[in-house]
Design a protein around this ligand. Sequence first.
Ligand code: UD1
Length: 363
Amino acid sequence: MRILSVVGARPNFMKIAPIIKACKASKIIEPLLVHTGQHYDRRMSDLFFHQLGIPKPDINLEVGSASHAVQTAEIMKAFEPIVLKHKPEAVLVVGDVNSTIACGLVAVKLGIKLIHVEAGLRSFDHSMPEEINRVLTDSISDLLFCTEQSGVDNLIREGIPKEKVFLVGNVMIDTLLENKTRAEESNILNQLNLNGNGYATLTLHRPANVDDPVVFGRILDALEVIQNDMPIIFPIHPRTRQNLKALDLDQRINDMLNLQLVEPLGYLDFLKLMSSARLALTDSGGIQEETTILKVPCLTLRKNTERPITVEIGSNQVVGTKTENIIGAYKKIINGNWRESQIPPLWNGNAAERIVSLLIKNI
Ligand code: UD1
């Protein structure tokens, strides 16, 4: 059974790695891998293939960066002939990036079954490009694999037949558990002159945070206070680096002597940095889940989350982007005023195997 799997952007790579491995182990599914080229920098792409042992993509569409419409359209144009040539039984997409919806649309228009991994997550915020990608991809998928019960509930509420929906756990967590011991060996803490866990890890890249000078400024106000207390390590996403310059905010960052800007890190170094931190500050989706498994307190600098289980039982708190709220939540963590968290059901390292056995049964 030939299944064409798609990756495009950084968070897709850790999701696809265990799926490709489980497909190969099944000896029934032949996994073909397409990289759309949405992310192309070595530190945003190749490094992850190398560290996670993902086979070199069979096809690279090399689409690169552009506006949403152009990027989505270019991926569709380049992906259609690949599907026609390889005639897969199904196309499998993960997550919520532009590559996900672009390749999903091509597949269903050619009458090929579409599988969505990480289905059903909803922030209910249509100003997020990812929310549009999630809702649209789910509405055209034939098999939908969810990481948490809220995903299942959302899909049923939206009228997706329940026979198509499966709660399987979290493939990103499969990858984390598989690599945790290897990550321990990373010497990133020495490289950054960190000792113990008295530091914070920061990531920021959402358009709502880094495209708006007022919001970005409020976040910087909070960071200024926190870095007076403990070092902040900030592996910076390319779009955030561009915006710091464009919005004339780079001097403010440079003036924060206890905030270290570093290039985007590889998977193992980042996992080590995150797991040893006193806390994480982030607007990423995946980091909310990873910190939940690691039991590291996470402050999500957004108004909402599409991953509510990380807040209900995990170590995540959605704090928004108001300076005083970020500082208030930070102080609670530092004062030890943070509740004990739990691991969500099925986040135990076997999600990809569950997916593969369901594919064999259902395709
Ligand atoms: C994309 C996803 C987002 C995901 C994020 C993870 C969409 C709509 N967004 O956002 O959901 O959380 O990836 O990183 O799909 N750039 C580089 N090198 C690269 C890639 C990007 O320099 O390898 C720069 C380009 O200038 C580009 C900008 O970053 O314009 C944004 O890249 P893009 O792929 O459009 O979206 P992300 O912000 O990375």
